[in-house]
Design a protein around this ligand. Structure first.
Ligand code: SAJ
Length: 445
């Protein structure tokens, strides 16, 4: 059995660790193994990324170029587009994207492409771990048969496990080394050795009985968020009809010291995890004839928030006897959450598209994002790219409505209050003492 051979290499930190996909998950992971004394090789399809790493340059904010330069200089970190080098690795970790197709069905094509490369180079004595978020069963129903087609046998020749990524880009408190790691193998040997490998770089490793338990745990984590955000958004729409301040309600409920966890309404959910991951669980459930209504309902509520925001803008303009058509609307923030430069799945894209479709003259200011381009899903309003405008006094004064879509910390919200005629605040950025400053009308989500 190869378990002991790999454990010896891992224990001595002589195991060569290959990471497929050097994105916001793979690069920090490869760097952490290298930092702990392992030889780490990143495998990339993008030669520009591989070249940058080998030049000692990082393109991921959570890993500094100086750290990459030091690790590459020490010969402990390298990157390559030559996947044949996979055969030299004792452990191979897959960190590739798992997007959704237009039909909202899982797209595991990146996992399959990585698995094909591993299959070509699989040899006796290797541990393979999948980290990409996917539906329960991917590791043992899809990857395992692919690898056993080579004639190599699980446990006798190779080990196979799943361990969900939990990277939270830009989080100053939680990084690779102090985020507990769930690990589940296709066999006990696989679980044991994968757990030993991660224990070299993570303080808390939580082993579970199978790969699919680990796959399901990850989906529960993020479906939990999507469903609870959906509840907060539904509460906001209900409170709007009841004339109750949603944020005040949540602040009050959050005083409960047990049995409650605050989530907040917003303009919709964006990012590369929360809008997508639940659909992997939903798809798998349906394969087994089980329809998870919570996931579908959360998706429906969350995806309708951009429409609700546009309604608030229309209501505000209407109260000022203005039509949406021809009004100047300035969005503050287009990133999917504050203080980052990522617009993936951002609700701002839908809000802009909808406002434009109603004839509004839409502009935005986002200190993190210079330009926004629109895909085919957002062309009702014409779909022309937009550039961020400077947040000048004139820009604020000339807007018929200002919409706070992303509550970036560095924005001067007191100035927004003083110079704007109408503000639709989807993030409670004007909460607290700003409520009392002399400013225009505020409509709060
Ligand atoms: N959002 C709300 N209300 C909330 C919380 C979030 O509307 O109460 C919105 C955000 O504005 C954003 C979307 O939901 O548009 C997703 O927000 P998020 O806080 O979940 O941020 P993400 O997408 O970066 O999620 C990641 C996830 N991390 C991983 O999957 C490894 C998630 O599990 C983390 O909990 C989250 O970061 C985090 O806590 O920062």
């Amino acid at each position: 059995m190869i378990k002991d051979d790999i454990k010896r290499l891992v224990g001595a930190r002589e195991a060569r660790v290959g990471v497929i996909g050097l994105g916001y998950v793979g690069l920090p992971l490869a760097a952490e193994f290298a930092r702990r004394g392992f030889a780490a090789v990143g495998f990339e399809v993008d030669a520009n990324k591989a070249d940058a790493i080998n030049r000692g340059e990082s393109y991921i904010a959570d890993v500094s170029s100086s750290q990459v330069k030091e690790l590459v200089g020490a010969g402990r970190l390298a990157a390559t587009t030559d996947f044949s080098s996979l055969k030299e690795c004792d452990a191979i970790i897959i960190c590739v994207p798992t997007p959704l197709r237009k039909t909202k069905e899982p797209d595991i094509s990146y996992i399959l492409a990585a698995a094909e490369e591993i299959k070509k180079n699989l040899r006796r004595g290797q541990l393979v771990i999948l980290e990409s978020t996917t539906y329960p069963g991917t590791t043992d129903e899809v990857l395992l048969p692919m690898f056993e087609e080579t004639g190599l046998k699980l446990d006798e020749d190779f080990l196979l496990a799943f361990s969900p990524e939990r990277v939270d880009p830009g989080n100053p408190q939680f990084q690779t080394h102090n985020i507990p790691k769930v690990v589940g193998g296709c066999t006990e040997d696989s679980t044991e050795v994968a757990a030993l490998l991660y224990s070299q770089i993570v303080g808390n490793v939580h082993a579970v009985s199978s790969a699919r338990v680990a796959e399901a745990a990850k989906l529960l984590e993020n479906t939990f968020r999507a469903v609870n955000i959906g509840m907060a958004n539904e509460m906001a729409r209900l409170c709007y009809h009841l004339g109750i301040d949603t944020w005040e309600v949540i602040r009050a409920a959050a005083t409960k010291p047990f049995g409650f966890m605050p989530f907040y309404p917003g303009p919709g959910i964006g990012g590369h995890c929360i809008p997508l991951d639940p659909h992997y669980l939903l798809w798998k459930a349906r394969q087994h004839g089980f329809d998870s209504r919570f996931i579908g309902l959360a998706e429906e509520v969350n995806s309708r928030m951009p429409e609700h925001v546009v309604t608030l803008v229309a209501d505000g303009l209407n109260d000022a006897r203005k039509s949406m058509n021809g009004s100047r609307v300035l969005l503050l923030g287009v990133a999917y959450k504050k203080d980052i430069n990522d617009v993936r799945e951002s609700p701002a894209l839908s809000i802009i598209d909808r406002l434009r479709a109603k004839g509004a003259d839409v502009r935005y200011h986002d200190p993190f994002i210079a330009e926004v381009r629109f895909d085919e899903a957002h062309t009702e309003g014409g779909g022309a790219p937009l550039q961020s405008v400077a947040l000048t006094d004139d820009e604020l004064k000339s807007a018929d409505c200002v919409v706070i879509v992303t509550d970036h910390t560095q924005i001067d919200y007191a100035k927004i209050c003083q110079l704007s005629k109408l503000v639709v605040d989807t993030r409670n950025a004007l909460g607290g003492d700003l409520r009392r400053t002399s400013c225009a009308r505020i409509i709060r989500l």
